[in-house]
Design a protein around this ligand. Structure first.
Ligand code: PGA
Length: 250
């Protein structure tokens, strides 16, 4: 059995005050949900604050993105080594907003995946199709291409110690959540694609659904056989919503 994981992706949001309020607001629900893993991915500048605030709780944290480089003349970047030093467990990689606004190719995503693992963090690999790709029946081909790019560089065994987040681009930040059937269909496809290469990886890897998850849609999504939790954007900034999503994963 895979333990469900509920992960908040705060994106470019927060103040010192709101970060403290949010962590305090979700802490008791996270501590009580002993069969659910809970994590948040704040903007890099809040990582130390989150590390301090979560030190005595079950809440884990991660970066939203890291550099492929560990140190050097790379202005504006965040090193996976630095993120690890502050106690992070995860880093997202290949979020559709990184792919779209920062031109991150599959090759860059694969290099980042390797850098994240090499420096002791767990990569949360985000994949998913656009609306146009879904409407032209390319969903499976798109997720396979995105997975293959990483497997070719990192090797299939590397995925055993990773998390995959299926996030249809048309559902991100749009309020249009995929139906549980639509999501399960793709999750099952991802798992069978992995299984063809490694049964161990397919059994072990948590595949999260992301895209407009809310407290009222979480339970049904997470009840699907191949959905092992959620990567949550907007609703992760609202205490009652995120707590409801944690409850939905119990
Ligand atoms: P959303 O974002 O929940 O606001 O759709 C999810 C994500 O981008 O990870």
């Amino acid at each position: 059995m895979r333990t469900p994981l509920v992960m908040g992706n705060w994106k470019l949001n927060g103040t010192k005050e709101s970060v403290a309020t949010l962590i305090k607001g979700i802490e008791s629900a996270a501590n009580a949900a002993t069969n659910v893993e809970v994590a948040v991915c704040p903007p890099a500048i809040f990582i130390e604050q989150v590390a301090n605030l979560t030190a005595d709780s079950r809440i884990e944290f991660g970066a939203q993105d890291v550099s492929t480089n560990v140190a050097g003349a790379f202005t504006g970047e965040t090193s996976p080594v630095m993120v690890k030093e502050f106690g992070a467990k995860y880093s997202l990689v290949g979020h559709s907003e990184r792919r779209q606004y920062h031109n991150e190719t599959d090759a860059v995503v694969a290099a980042k995946f390797v850098a994240i693992q090499e420096n002791g963090l767990i990569p949360v690999l985000c994949i998913g199709e656009t609306l146009e790709e879904r409407e032209t029946d390319k969903t499976f081909a798109v997720v396979e291409t995105q997975l293959k790019a990483v497997v070719e560089v990192a090797g299939i065994a590397a995925l055993e110690n990773s998390v995959i987040a299926y996030e249809p681009v048309w559902a991100i930040g749009t309020g249009k959540v995929a139906t549980s059937e639509q999501a399960q269909e793709v999750h099952a496809h991802i798992r069978s694609w992995l299984k063809a290469q490694s049964e161990v990886v397919a059994e072990k890897v948590q595949i999260l659904y992301g895209g407009s998850v809310k407290a009222n849609s979480a339970k049904e999504l997470f009840a699907q056989a191949d959905i092992d939790g959620g990567l949550v954007g907007g609703a992760a900034l609202i205490i009652e919503e995120f707590v409801g999503i944690i409850e939905g994963a119990k």
